[in-house]
Design a protein around this ligand. Structure first.
Ligand code: ADP
Length: 482
């Protein structure tokens, strides 16, 4: 099959979150199953700097876009996946991240930027770019690609479309004036199309018009059909439930493997777990925290936003400190959360370390040296860090929601005995429930036999992409077979 995979970010070229990990590794896994899959992303400044050799593949004259858009072609670094970059300097060649300025504000022209991206994807999808390559399936991801299924829906000869929801909370919503300025078909401003509570919703283009919908874990697929998690779109999703599949994300064990991870000081595996201690010391040194031999070290690597439940962690800090535990946090996001964490680090100098920012190497070190990962998300479509943690022998403490519920097995006397326990789970997004799980985890940490068993079981789990890639390929076939 020929598959065009469209995404607004892809590791290692550009990353703000889990979408980039998926877009960097799923196409590679699908390619290795001998499918002709090609990736298309915007040519952000950072992408152009990192992409290596590129060739000019096409010039596109797109409706409503004054300057021609170039399609550059190359390879996604670290593999052999063919890469197309949508090069429209007016829209993508600027400092900052794909969605926000350096100060963290949304780009004011995001609707226009991603409409241009969608128009370019559409041109590639219908073989109108002169590349002589006609995909059978276009696989779109998140709201930034949401217009594409709507653009393809009109034609019988267009490729099939799949739309994957990585996070339903981000919808790409704009007012009438913005919609009007985009020059899109006026009939799209309708409840049956992309109008949503008097605004224009990019994501609805995917949800309404794609031939099939997927999301990134089976539990999240159920959850988004309910009012608690559906962000107002639960009615529509419930209506499309028979064309909505949850496929768990995999992880790239060639990047996230403690036995071969060159980003950490000491590599280790299940049989040389004692080396984790040296990595732990490196973390403590990095955060200027004192060594306390019996203190469990909790880690957090996260966007600091309400979704991730970091406020709950801030609430339990006094108790955590009283128990002698330490916490190292890497993340950035909401200014109020950043400030609260900085304050905590000043107040509990020996126990709490914080680094605001994005740091790939430090993320690997934290996984390699931490004892426990905290991930008390209010919702979590899949979540990747808990899966990395399992492989690194860092025991996850998670809220049972979305992909967290699908990947972590709570420790009980029964699961410990059966050697299925891999972490600690709690149900309610409350301080009390989190604290209860953390206390259970600390108690277990101090009982080495059971603790080592939990680590060992976690490290044996296999969440590689192969199985998930096969499921996507089956789905492409199924959709093509009508
Ligand atoms: P989300 O996509 O909601 O941010 P995921 O758990 O799916 O959450 O993916 C987050 C990805 O981003 C992981 O690979 C994680 O290691 C990485 N990440 C998040 N914050 C940081 C940070 N501050 N520095 C380095 N990596 C980070």
């Amino acid at each position: 099959m020929k598959i065009l995979f469209a995404s607004s970010e892809a590791h290692p070229l550009i990353k703000t979150g889990g979408l980039a990990d998926v877009s960097g590794s799923l196409p590679r896994a699908i390619l290795s199953q001998r499918q002709d899959i090609r990736l298309v992303i915007p040519a952000y400044r950072q992408v152009l700097e990192r992409a290596g050799n590129l060739a000019l593949a096409a010039y596109l004259k797109l409706d409503g876009v004054p300057n021609p858009v170039r399609i550059l072609s190359g390879r996604l670094p670290g593999g052999n996946v063919k890469l197309y970059l949508v090069d429209s300097p007016d829209h993508f060649d600027r400092a900052g991240n794909p969605y926000t300025t350096r100060a963290g504000n949304e780009w004011t022209d995001n609707a226009e930027r991603f409409a241009v991206f969608c128009r370019a994807i559409h041109a590639l999808a219908v073989n109108a770019a002169g590349l002589d390559w006609e995909p059978d399936v276009v696989h779109c991801n998140d709201w930034q690609t949401g217009l594409v299924p709507a653009m393809l829906a009109d034609s019988d000869t267009a490729p099939a479309s799949i739309f994957t929801i990585h996070n339903l909370a981000y919808q790409g919503q704009y007012d009438w004036k913005t919609f009007n300025a985009l020059g899109l078909p006026p009939e799209w401003w309708s409840m049956d199309a992309m109008e949503f509570h008097n605004s224009f919703s990019f994501i609805k283009g995917g949800l309404v018009f794609a031939d099939w919908l997927t999301t990134v874990s089976p539990t999240y697929a159920e959850e988004i059909c309910t009012s608690e998690f559906g962000c107002g779109l639960e009615g529509l999703l419930g209506h499309r439930r028979n064309k909505l599949t949850g496929i768990l994300n995999g992880i790239d064990y060639s990047e996230w493997n403690p036995g071969s991870d060159l980003l950490v000081p000491i590599q280790y595996n299940r049989r040389s777990l004692f080396h984790k201690r040296e990595n732990k010391h490196a973390i403590l040194e990095h955060f200027a925290l004192p060594r306390k031999e019996d203190a469990p070290l909790f880690i957090i690597i996260s966007r600091l936003v309400e979704q991730k439940g970091i406020d709950l962690v801030i609430d339990i800090l006094p108790y955590l400190v009283k128990q002698g535990a330490q916490l190292a946090v890497l993340g950035s996001g909401d200014k109020a959360i950043e400030t609260a964490l900085r304050k905590a680090a000043r107040e509990y100098r020996e126990h709490v370390g914080i680094q605001i920012g994005y740091d790939e190497t430090l993320a690997h070190l934290l996984e390699a040296g931490g004892d426990l990962l905290l991930m008390p998300s209010r919702f979590e479509p899949c979540g990747l860090n808990q899966i990395y943690s399992l492989r690194y022998g860092t025991v996850p403490v998670v809220r049972s929601t979305g992909g967290l519920a699908d990947t972590v097995v709570d420790t009980t006397p029964e699961t410990l005995e059966a050697k299925t326990a891999t972490g600690f789970c709690f149900q309610t997004a409350s301080t009390a429930a989190l604290w209860n799980a953390v206390q259970r985890a600390i108690k277990q940490y101090r009982e080495p036999e059971g603790w080592n068993r939990i680590i060992d079981t976690g490290m044996r789990q296999d969440f590689s992409w192969k199985r998930s890639a096969e499921r996507y390929i089956d789905l492409y076939r199924q959709v093509l077979d009508g």
